[in-house]
Structures are given as structure tokens and as C-alpha cells.
Design a protein around this ligand. Structure first.
Ligand code: COI
Length: 355
């Protein structure tokens, strides 16, 4: 594997206070960059001062969106140590998306080193207040200037870092969600399980319409029948009905969330009955009417665990757990955050310290 060249920035930007952190508005002093050419493979891994790219207007990604991204976080614990949360799982997913987008894969070990090296260089940017972290945004773009529709022959892999606070202004307070059947996010055989920009672009109109009506996000139903629950906003969804936790299966149309996997692992370890199965909106409504819909929450890297306090579908409004965060939702949030920041032991080896 090529060594990573490091060129340090000569000037440093001012760092925001932890209390001023929003999501994704401030970027650190450095970025990681690596290039791909057909004849050379991935080459010249380097850390350099953060700055703009110069791209030919014909660059393939600007036209046909051949790109992917990832999102993971580095946390500073009370012991001052910095840890990445489940980076191997994110590196594996990066390559799953790469395959779907005809982007050449990157050796997982190289992906991991790109993150640990860059976070190491910008370690002073990792905030320490609980609820804040350093968001790591790896991205690959097709960089060949060419207007034909085929996989590009050149790519840029880059990683930027952003100190962040809560993703939703509500923080850990329950959000109001609109169940929509007018639009869908993904279809069988489509790109739903890939972390690629087009999926997020496709979500904007529905989210904007929901926001105008006073909702925080939308709940997506399946593209084929608009019957089964898929995701909530940019997150995976879990429901507690009676004593069982139900979440849609990874069947190609939803993202294989790392927080989803972490929550399911913990729930199973705690002895909670968990089902990964298709669940229709009608079943959710029936459970709500019967009084057995106990808790609903979203899981995602950005928000970690986001409780749902209200669901609106057609003319119905369902208030979940009196609009308050549920007991299991809170327990999951505390457990995951505890592991991320370090006070809780990590027997599963989910965190990777930055030395
Ligand atoms: C996440 O929940 O981590 C996301 O995917 C949100 C991200 C697109 C900002």
C-alpha cells in the first residue's frame, strides 16, 4: 500500500465553540485526496490543506451523478482519546456502493488509513461535549471529462471533516413525521441500498413539502406498492409493537445502516425480540388503534437515535408514546452514545482509537 504524503496547511482556521456547532457547516484545515486512473489504479494518497477542486465542466459526475459517499464519526471521550465508531463497517459499505455505481473499489485497509491519518492530523478539531463529534465525509466522484454514458476511467476519492452538533434541531426530542405515498425513494432493483447522492436528491421535494406542512421529515413507503414501511428521512426506522421491535429487512431498497446494525445487536443482547421483516403502514395503524404501538425511532449516523413522536398518514395523526421519548429508545441512545464516547466498555470492538 502506498504511503500517505502529508502536506500541512500554513494557516489555521478558527475553531467554533462546541455550543455553536450545527451540522456540516464548518470544515477543518485538511482533506485527504487520492486519484484513480485506469492504467494506475488508485494512487497518490495524500493529506493536503482543505481547498476547492478545479473541475472541467464536462466532468462525468456533474452530468450523470456517478458518485458515492459515506458518513461516520470520530468522538472525543472524557479520557481525551479520540475514537472512530465502526469504521470497518463503513469501509465495507463504501465498497458495496462502489460496486453498484461501477466505481473501482478501494482496499478497505487504505480506506481506514485515510480516515485515521486525516483525523490524526486534524485531531484538535474533534469536539468533546457529549452530542458533538467530528463528522467524516468520504466521497468518490467520477472525474473524467466525458459526456458519453459509461463508467468513467478516472476518479477522485476525497475525505473532508466537519465538527458537528445535533443533526435535527430537535436533538433527542421526538420529531413529527409525514408518511407519504405521493413519492417514493427507491424501487426494487434500483439504488436504494447505495449511499449515492441521487438518492438524497430524489428525497428533497417530498421533504420540502412535508416541512411546509410542519413536519420534520417523511416516512417512505415501498416504491412498488406504497404499502410497506422503508425509511424515515435519511434514517432506518424501528417500531416497538407490544414487546417486539420490528424493522424493515435489508432487501435492496434501504440502506444497511451502521447504527441500525448496532441497535439490533444491542437489542438482541438485551433479550428483546427483534424481527427484520416487511411491515405495512396498515399494520402500524392497526397497532396504534389497538394501543400496542409503543415506540418509534429512527437510527442513523448523523442523528444516532431520533425518537418519532407523531406520524401523519392521509387524514390520520398518530401520537406515539404521548409524543415523548420511549424507554427503549432512550436506553438505546444512552448505550450507543456511551460506547461512542468511551465511558462504556466496548467488548464488541466497535471503536477504533486514533493514536
Ligand atoms: C445519516 O443518518 O447519517 C445520514 O445518512 C444523513 C447524512 C446524509 C447527512
Amino acid at each position: 500500500m502506498d504511503p500517505i504524503r502529508v502536506t500541512k496547511a500554513t494557516t489555521r482556521k478558527p475553531k467554533p465553540k462546541d455550543t455553536d456547532l450545527a451540522f456540516g457547516t464548518v470544515f477543518t484545515d485538511h482533506m485527504f485526496v487520492m486519484d484513480f486512473e485506469e492504467e494506475k489504479g488508485w494512487y497518490d494518497p495524500r493529506v493536503e490543506p482543505y481547498g476547492p477542486f478545479s473541475l472541467d465542466p464536462a466532468t462525468a459526475v456533474l452530468h450523470y451523478a456517478q458518485m458515492l459517499f459515506e458518513g461516520l464519526k470520530a468522538f472525543r471521550g472524557p479520557d481525551g482519546r479520540i475514537r472512530l465508531f465502526r469504521p470497518q463497517k463503513h469501509a465495507a459499505r463504501l465498497n458495496v456502493t462502489a460496486r453498484r455505481l461501477c466505481i473501482p473499489p478501494i482496499e478497505p485497509e487504505m480506506v481506514l488509513r485515510s480516515w485515521t491519518t486525516l483525523v490524526g492530523v486534524d485531531r484538535e478539531w474533534v469536539p468533546s461535549t457529549v452530542g458533538t463529534s467530528l463528522y467524516i465525509r468520504p466521497t468518490i466522484i467520477a472525474s473524467e471529462p466525458f459526456l458519453g454514458v459509461r463508467p468513467a476511467k478516472r476518479y477522485i476519492y476525497f475525505v473532508i471533516l466537519s465538527p458537528v452538533g445535533a443533526y435535527y434541531p430537535e436533538g433527542i426530542n421526538p420529531v413529527k413525521i409525514k408518511v407519504i405515498d405521493k413519492f417514493s425513494r427507491a424501487a426494487p432493483g434500483g439504488m436504494g441500498e447505495a449511499k449515492t447522492g441521487g438518492n438524497y436528491a430524489a428525497s428533497l421535494l417530498a421533504a420540502e413539502e412535508a416541512k411546509h406542512e410542519g413536519f420534520t421529515q417523511v416516512l417512505w413507503l415501498d416504491g412498488a406498492q406504497r404499502k410497506y414501511i422503508e425509511e424515515v428521512g435519511t434514517m432506518n426506522l424501528m417500531l416497538k409493537i407490544g414487546d417486539e421491535v420490528i424493522t424493515p429487512p435489508l432487501a435492496g431498497t434501504i440502506l444497511a445502516g451502521v447504527t441500525r446494525d448496532s441497535a439490533l445487536t444491542l437489542l438482541r443482547e438485551w433479550g428483546v425480540r427483534v424481527s427484520e421483516r416487511a411491515i405495512s403502514i396498515d399494520e402500524v395503524l392497526a397497532a396504534a388503534h389497538a394501543g400496542s404501538l409503543r415506540e418509534v425511532w429512527g437510527t442513523g449516523t448523523a442523528a444516532v437515535i431520533s425518537p418519532v413522536g407523531e406520524l401523519a398518514y392521509k387524514r390520520e395523526r398518530i401520537v406515539v408514546n404521548d409524543g415523548k421519548i420511549g424507554e427503549l429508545t432512550q436506553r438505546l441512545y444512552d448505550a450507543i452514545v456511551g460506547i461512542q464516547y468511551g465511558p462504556t466498555p466496548d467488548p464488541r470492538g466497535w471503536t477504533v482509537p486514533i493514536e
